[in-house]
Design a protein around this ligand. Structure first.
Ligand SMILES: Nc1ncnc2c1ncn2[C@@H]1O[C@H](COP(=O)(O)OP(=O)(O)OP(=O)(O)O)[C@@H](O)[C@H]1O
Length: 267
């Protein structure tokens, strides 16, 4: 398990401040990043994985500065970014490219260890039986699970996901999130996942970081995520079924339903 430290992070695009002086530290947790469209979630994740250079502030993994793309950071995108026309297995195997570099990987692909790791990752996401199926013949949810497997093959110590289930129907979204959480747990990887579906966030998150207009609005545990906080986060957006009680657990200590309209923010 690793510790991610985000320290006074600011990112400006010309006159637009996408992320403003955000600080937090996460360790051994499955953390959900919440915020409406334009709140700065993608920019924050891109600064953490080195795709975007911060204007000021820093990002550290286990105390070491994270600069540029790092193999220790696995990323799962909304669009799966898979290699079309080849199998789930070969796509999972490309995760080793991130770890070893392209030329080395051409040789390493003969490496039993990488092959074993790819099959193991596909098993983690429940796709071992489909390992040799072409990804273009798979559903959106299955493709995203291949994306998770690919990130695992990279052997990261930090897993980032930017709206990983935004394009999926509620049932597939729940399935994919279940596998994502399992992947983080089994591989003991700290995870930071941006989501806009509050119901799914409440079901899977262990901690919630809310961004509004680029600023950190809240950083709370699952028993502190209230309807009021969600209202603050989404402003005028109507929330359905959110009480003042914590949304992550009900009176019986149960998580709210993932399906169903209750708990969902209506855009
Ligand atoms: N490359 C860029 N150039 C200029 N402005 C940008 C760029 N990327 C993001 N922004 C701006 O920064 C702000 C935050 O955008 P960002 O994409 O990080 O938000 P978000 O919360 O991820 O939104 P969404 O959920 O819609 O992706 C927005 O005002 C956006 O227009």
């Amino acid at each position: 398990m690793s510790t991610l430290t985000v320290e006074n992070l600011t990112k400006e695009y010309g006159d637009v401040t996408a992320v403003e002086d955000v600080s937090f530290e996460i360790e051994d947790e499955f953390v959900v990043l919440l915020g409406e469209s334009g709140a700065g979630k993608s920019t924050l994740l891109r600064c953490v994985n080195g795709l975007t250079e911060p204007t000021s502030g820093g990002v550290y993994l286990d105390g070491e500065p994270l600069e540029g793309s790092q193999p220790s950071v696995g990323m799962i995108f909304q669009q799966h970014n898979l290699v079309e026309g080849v199998s789930a297995y070969l796509n999972a195997l490309t995760g080793s490219l991130e770890r070893a570099g392209f030329v080395e990987s051409l040789f390493q692909w003969q490496d039993r260890e990488d092959k074993r790791r790819a099959l193991e990752a596909l098993e983690t996401v429940g796709l071992l039986d489909e390992a040799h199926q072409r990804v273009t013949q798979m559903s959106g949810g299955q493709q995203q699970r291949v994306g998770i497997a690919r990130a695992l093959v990279q052997d990261p110590s930090l897993l980032l996901a930017d709206e990983p289930v935004a394009s999926l129907d509620p049932s597939s979204a729940e399935t994919v999130m279940g596998y994502l959480k399992k992947a983080a747990t089994v591989h003991q990887v700290t995870a930071l996942v941006s989501l806009h579906q509050v119901n799914i966030a409440a079901h899977f998150g262990e901690r919630f970081i809310g961004l509004r207009d680029g600023q950190l609005l809240f950083d709370v545990g699952s028993d502190e995520l209230t309807g009021d906080l969600i209202d603050d986060l989404y402003g005028d957006v109507e929330t359905v079924g959110l009480a003042d009680d914590p949304v992550a657990v009900d009176a019986n200590g149960e998580s709210p339903p993932v399906d169903g309209d209750d708990w969902r923010v209506e855009a």
